[in-house]
Design a protein around this ligand. Structure first.
Ligand code: BGC
Length: 424
């Protein structure tokens, strides 16, 4: 397999999952309540806040040149009226280090974590709170907006809304459908405002090439029966989980039940489609289930590469702009099938005629997997949490080889992929 000329590969991360340290965020609060399945605490993670230079060197050593990462709002703005200049300088230095190593940064402003003072104001349940997010964005642009051209405003608004406000398995542990829908509306509005703000600030400073989007977690939805009811339920889930947000956040089209609070004109609010794709959801007997005999990863998620192209086609039909796969990866605790997973997903991407320009693997180093804590490993690099020693996995070597070859040669396939198999 040979990739198209302009195709770029990289790795993705999120501050809370790697940095470690004590900040007053919703995730520090949540793990302090001993809510994490394996009783780990986000305070440890990868200690990347201190070890970032070493980690970036490792990335460069592996040939990785593209990197979406996020910054920690609670660290930068520990209280409503206080921006921490050390933290801002830290992130500026970190981005400079990336540039020094020829690593192209994409900056994410919000990836599931925020300061507790924001939580106490009602966080994303109130449209009046969007202003706090915009102030944070503007401050960061002041300090390092000259160094970064590409931005993700918000990562996976639907995942945060559903886990935190519908299933109640993430902070703030709410279980309310109406609140979930409200949070989605507020996120969509916040994205649009941030999209406009980032462009305005960068234009005023005469920076060109600004590109802004949000990372959309999208799934393929199917049914495991011919039941008419199941089909209807699947399309209802799909519409509420992702399609309504697509229209709102790509185009400013807020359809019921989302609400734009009279504040948005229809237009174009993304410069590229950012897709986070992991799995397919199958409806059976009116609830979430699985396809018969499907392959699963170590968290029990179906492995279904073709779904990536189905969702990419759908999103591209809504808006014809370039596509970046901003996250794709799998929980494979013993690194036994990650190479096959990588191969199968890259193969469907490469065979597609869609303008898919980038692929970012989730993730670089095993990290703090939210409610699963340290127990779920997604990394190309192994982390020993006790010693913080990083070791490149077999899949990490494979990924370096893919980047080097700009494709996957037959020998590379034989060596890394051929003998790997998924499990059911
Ligand atoms: C999130 C990541 C997470 C990954 C694997 C994505 O939905 O953006 O933060 O670690 O999935 O669960």
């Amino acid at each position: 397999m040979k990739f198209k000329d302009n195709f770029r590969l990289g790795v993705a991360s999120a501050s809370t999952q790697i940095e470690g340290g004590r900040v007053n965020s919703n995730w520090n609060w949540f793990s302090d309540q001993d809510k994490i399945t394996d009783h780990s605490n986000v305070e440890r993670a990868n200690n990347h806040y201190e070890l970032y230079a070493q980690d970036l060197k490792l990335m460069a050593h592996m040939g990785i040149k593209d990197y979406p990462f996020s910054i920690e709002w609670a660290r930068i703005q520990p209280s409503e009226n206080n921006f921490n200049s050390d933290a801002l300088v830290h992130y500026r230095d970190m981005i400079l280090e990336m540039k020094e190593l020829n690593i192209h940064p994409i900056l994410t402003f919000y990836h599931f974590s925020h300061p507790m003072w924001f939580e106490e104001k009602g966080a994303w349940t109130k449209k009046e709170n969007i202003i706090y997010f915009l102030r944070f964005v503007a401050k960061c642009l002041d300090v390092f907006g000259d160094l970064v051209d590409e931005y993700i405003t918000i990562n996976e608004p639907n995942v945060y809304a559903v886990n935190g406000h519908f299933f109640g398995v993430w902070p703030p542990e709410k279980k309310s459908l109406s609140e979930t829908i409200k949070v989605m509306s507020v996120f969509a509005l916040a994205h649009i405002k941030a999209y406009e703000l980032i462009h305005t600030i960068r234009n005023n400073r005469n920076f060109t090439n600004t590109k802004v989007s949000f990372a959309h977690h999208v799934r393929d939805f199917a049914t495991n029966s011919n039941s008419y009811l199941d089909k209807n339920i699947a399309s209802l889930f799909k519409s509420l989980f992702q399609d309504k947000l697509t229209n709102a956040m790509f185009l400013g089209k807020f359809d019921f039940p989302l609400d734009n609070y009279g504040k948005v004109k229809q237009g174009q609010y993304i410069d590229f489609i950012a897709i986070n794709y992991y799995t397919r959801t199958t409806v059976k007997n009116l609830q979430e289930g699985f396809m018969d005999n499907c392959y699963k990863n170590d968290l029990g998620w179906e492995i279904y590469p073709q779904g990536l192209i189905t969702v990419a086609n759908e999103l591209y039909s809504v808006l014809n702009v370039p596509i970046y796969i901003t996250e794709n990866g799998t929980c494979d605790n013993n690194d036994q099938f990650r190479n096959r997973y990588l191969f199968d997903h890259l193969e469907v991407v490469n065979q597609s005629n869609l303008p898919i320009e980038r692929y970012y693997h989730w993730c670089f180093i095993d990290n703090f997997e939210w409610a699963e804590g340290e127990s779920a490993r997604f990394g190309l690099v192994h982390n020993d949490y006790e010693t913080q020693k990083r070791t490149i996995k077999h899949s990490g070597h494979f990924y370096s080889q893919i980047i080097k070859e700009k494709g996957i040669s037959e020998e590379t396939y034989e060596y890394y992929v051929k003998n790997q198999h998924y499990h059911k």
